[in-house]
Design a protein around this ligand. Structure first.
Ligand code: MG
Length: 311
């Protein structure tokens, strides 16, 4: 008999496809399709969805319609956990105007990525976020803090865990309620995941404050997820269809696919609140409607072979 005692009974899946996924795809979807995607994800039981990014519209054209999208989604904002990325005070103002109850900031563990992605230093970007986080918390919002390049960075190589802990400490001190640890280029292996979680723990940062965000570039995402769960992590980021990537790592494949994550979790008897068939129908609908390439292995297998769906 398989001993499940080391695993959580339930996991919260934080869906990043509509934001992180679509931000890094070549196609730009219409606002109507994006809104319908979010509704379908919620209807399939996804408990938390990052729906938009309030960046300057010209910097990320694929997400330039955030205000209009949130107008369409506003009836759902009071009843469902939805968040949006805010890069600065202007973005937060737009998120507040849209009625968001949760926002996210996107920090970097390395100077090279901070420069390339945020056009700032690590300290400089944290300084901006500090004000944004405090203002959001004062307004009653939850704030999620992403930390990218937590394990390795394309310019700097291996990232010392201490750098990640420093950024996490600062974000938490400013009022962030959840830290998402990003393996942005997808190179991490399970031992590195344990080392990082231990480094955070040794500086007093509890597993309950952490989420993990794995990319599957090197095929390690599900191994890393299982390892993180065995270490006590219960919030996991994933993206419908495995959408996304990293503009600074050309070969980086998508985020961990939500369908593959749910397949594993349900196989392990871990509760997610998600209806797998509806999730599968959602990714199938998305690819048919938009032409986006679905990279979830389970979705490809099941949609491509109806006998497997039925068995
Ligand atoms: Mg990602």
């Amino acid at each position: 008999m398989f001993d499940r005692s080391g695993l959580p009974k339930a996991v919260t899946i934080y869906e990043v496809g509509p934001r992180d996924g679509l931000q890094n795809e070549a196609l730009t979807l219409s606002t109507d399709i994006k809104a319908e995607l979010v509704r379908r994800l919620i209807n399939s039981g996804i408990p938390a969805v990052e729906v938009a990014s309030f960046v300057r519209p010209d910097t990320v054209p694929a997400l330039a319609d955030a205000d209009e999208l949130l107008t369409q989604l506003s009836p759902l904002l009071s009843s469902h956990r939805m968040s949006a990325l805010v890069p600065n005070q202007r973005g937060l103002d737009r998120a507040l105007h849209a009625g968001m109850r949760e926002v996210a900031v996107f920090a970097s563990a390395t100077e090279s990525f901070a420069k390339a992605n945020l056009n700032n230093s690590v300290a400089g970007s944290l300084e901006i976020y500090s004000h944004v986080i405090k203002t959001a918390v004062d307004a009653g919002l939850r704030v999620r803090g992403y930390i990218s390049m937590c394990f390795r960075d394309p310019w700097e190589g291996t990232v010392a865990a201490g750098k990640v802990v420093d950024v996490a400490e600062r974000l938490l001190a400013d009022g962030v309620t959840e830290i998402s640890l990003g393996d942005t280029i997808g190179t991490a292996t399970p031992g590195e995941v344990i080392e990082l979680l231990n480094a955070l723990d040794s500086r007093g940062i509890s597993r309950s404050l952490l989420a993990v965000h794995f990319h599957d570039t090197y095929g390690q995402a599900l191994s890393n997820t299982l390892t993180a769960m065995l270490e006590g992590i219960t919030t996991i980021d994933s993206s419908i269809g495995g959408l996304g990537g990293c503009p600074f790592a050309k070969s980086a494949t998508g985020n961990l696919a939500t369908e593959d994550l749910v397949w594993q979790l349900h196989g392990l008897g871990i509760s997610t609140g998600i209806n797998f068939d509806e999730l599968l129908a959602t990714s199938n609908w998305l690819s048919e409607k938009s032409g986006l390439k679905i990279r979830s292995k389970s979705a490809i297998a099941l949609v491509g072979n109806s006998r497997l769906v039925e068995s």
